[in-house]
Design a protein. Structure first.
Length: 634
């Protein structure tokens, strides 16, 4: 979020440090400053506010409070020091018909004069990258950036009031219901989206927590306005904003979980500001719903603070920091009990309070001290046996694969899929292994493999639970052959049973692919008392591979029985040319005092895709070599 240096300074009693120094202080104690921007007599601090602080730090008041704590300054006034309660006034009827809204306050101001905002108001908004629209809209935006509470202004005369009063309804959208927003875009809504509706004619006038509608927009002819300051469910707003692809400054603040007690305070503040910049008379103020917030006290001992931070603070040091936060706290017998202010929903457990103390004390002041006693790590049995299975399979020549957990079709459907072909979670490893095995069959020659042997260890998803499974797949030819592939698969499963001491109960075994549950197997495996020492492996150097396809060719010849396979292979390798990346002996048989030797050659270029003519040129050279040796090509 962007913060105005001048605006922050106006909220504090004492002058701020220079902008660069202030940026460093905020970075070291609160949130990272990404950029300092000079803007016409002001400096804008672009701050990366992390989610755990966004509920209270996404406002100038929240940042001013942080600066006051860090620099031992004080606020001129704290609007949050006294919660505001607004009684219900039936002259504006509000109906909360959606669980997404637990509080809604509104105010009717008549006789306003819509026009340009005063320079000071425009300058502050423009410095934050906002466009000045008019004094009414600017006032609502200003208070949002000041206090963190989103607000909205409707043209009251564009809302129905047949019985002499306005009726605002918060309800869920009807399937396929449409709304045109302030910027002119039309959106089709779902029942998961909440709407602000004109109760007199059931016409939507806003997407709750996201954006206002065009039907009741404030314009140059507006004289009467109805203000909204409400609290909407953070998860509902996030879902709506994401589905509609409509993230706004308002939706971001609701998503971050702004406290509902701020809503009536913000309404009071925006009324005050509008009367100042646009005139008018406040006719009605009302609210519906619960605005009360009760934070539970959090107790932490001085020993816990020092132990967790690795420091030696005194209780006086702790009290000094807490008093700078203006927290309500009590001390007793070496412990301190803190009651968080209503806007701080992130202070729930003792560690939260310790973190507050630590970051203000300064994490840079904490000296690194190596532990005197080595910590004993708890053995993760699932990880231990996963590694054991992994090592066993790799020793047998298997390659591990990692495949996507998403499928085009399966049992568990995702509510919000990443893509149309990734709408389900996998319930088995089998199909992914089958696809990867098929994709790798063409690479056997290039890699010099007799068979594709792969495995995967990963999670699968059922309707009720998840499970950790192991899957293995083998294939020797271009297609599955039971006579060859099944014995190879059985050999692997037998090896795993030998290493584990238990035969895995297979979930499936078909066409060279087997799968079993590691989670179901773990209770049967021997107890693990310690991790096994790992051997120092030789350093592996990465070697680039070609991005162009490889081409395979076979050559076979009759040679005298006295000629060795190795000697033939050496001669062929010497004459195969620079693009031959692999030469493999694939077959031998003898007949009538002669031996037939067959070899497979793989050609590949780092520069281009080879043509048949280029490869055939190398093969012709080899056939000449065979003839020159007195051998007979088959």
């Amino acid at each position: 979020m962007k913060f105005s240096y001048n605006w922050l300074g106006s909220l504090l009693e004492k002058p701020l440090p220079p902008a660069v120094e202030l940026g460093d202080l905020i970075t070291f104690h609160s949130a990272e400053i990404e950029e300092l921007i000079d803007v016409a007599g002001d400096t804008v601090l672009d701050v990366k506010v992390l989610p755990d602080k966004s509920a209270w730090l996404m406002s100038h008041l929240g940042m001013a409070k942080e600066i006051a704590v860090i620099t031992k300054n004080t606020l001129k006034t704290d609007p949050f020091s006294n919660p505001v309660t607004i009684p219900t006034d039936e002259r504006i009827k509000v109906s909360l018909n959606s669980v997404t809204c637990d509080f809604y306050s509104a105010a009717l101001i008549t006789g306003v004069k819509v026009g340009p905002s005063p320079d000071w108001l425009k300058d502050r908004l423009v410095a934050l990258g906002q466009r000045s629209i008019n004094n009414i809209v600017d006032a609502t935006n200003y208070v949002m950036f000041e206090l963190g509470q989103p607000l909205h202004a409707f043209d009251a005369d564009k809302l129905s009031h047949a019985d002499g009063r306005h009726h605002i309804v918060v309800r869920d959208a009807k399937p396929g219901e449409k709304i045109t927003t302030l910027t002119g875009e039309e959106y089709t809504l779902n029942p998961s989206d909440a709407l602000i509706v004109d109760g007199g004619n059931d016409i939507p006038v806003g997407i709750a927590g996201v954006k206002g509608g065009a039907v009741a927009a404030v314009d140059a002819g507006t004289t009467n306005i109805l203000l909204e300051s409400a609290h909407f469910d953070r998860f509902a707003v996030r879902k709506t904003a994401k589905i509609l692809k409509l993230q706004t400054d308002a939706s971001k603040r609701y998503e971050n979980g702004i406290c509902r007690a701020i809503a009536p305070i913000a309404l009071t503040r925006v009324i005050e500001l509008i009367l100042e910049v646009a005139g008018g008379v406040t006719e009605v103020i009302t609210s519906v719903g619960d605005v009360s917030v009760e934070r539970q006290p959090v107790t932490v001992t001085l020993n816990e603070i020092n132990s967790l931070l690795g420091v030696s603070l005194t209780m006086s040091d702790v009290e000094d920091i807490l008093s700078r936060f203006a927290y309500t706290y009590t001390t007793a017998g070496g412990s301190v009990t803190v009651t968080p202010p209503f806007e701080r929903d992130d202070l729930v457990i003792a560690e939260d309070v310790v973190e507050e103390i630590g970051r203000i004390y300064g994490l840079g002041h904490i000296v690194s001290i190596p532990p005197t006693v080595g910590a004993v790590a708890e053995i993760n049995v699932r990880h231990y046996y996963s590694e054991k299975i992994r090592e066993t399979l790799m020793a047998l020549g298997f390659s591990e694969v990692y495949t996507s957990s998403f499928r085009a079709k399966d049992v568990v459907k995702l509510e919000n899929a990443l893509a149309t072909d990734k709408g389900y979670l996998r319930s088995s490893l089998v199909e992914n292994l089958r696809e990867v095995r098929t994709a790798n069959i063409p690479h056997r020659d290039l890699l010099g493999l007799q068979a594709v042997k792969i495995f995967e260890i990963g999670t699968v998803f059922g309707v009720e639970s998840e499970e950790f499974r192991v899957g293995v797949a083998v294939q020797t030819g271009t297609s599955y052959k039971a006579k060859v592939d099944d014995p190879l698969l059985e050999e692997v499963l037998t090896a795993l049973a030998t290493v584990l001491g238990v035969t895995p109960e297979l979930i499936s075994k078909a066409e060279g692919i087997a799968e079993f549950s590691l989670d179901a197997l773990l209770p049967q495996l021997p107890a693990v008392t310690a991790y096994e020492p790992q051997a120092q492996l030789p350093k592996i150097t990465y070697r680039p591979f070609s991005l162009y396809p490889a081409v395979s060719r076979d050559i076979a010849m009759w040679v005298p029985e006295a000629v060795t396979t190795q000697s033939v292979e050496e001669i062929l390798a010497a004459e195969a040319g620079p693009l031959c990346v692999r030469l493999t002996h694939v077959d031998t048989f003898s007949k009538d005092g002669k031996t037939s030797l067959a070899f497979r050659l793989v050609f590949q270029s780092f520069d281009k895709t080879l043509t048949d003519e280029e490869v055939q040129g190398y093969m012709d050279t080899l056939y000449k070599t065979v003839a020159n040796q007195g051998w007979e090509a088959r």
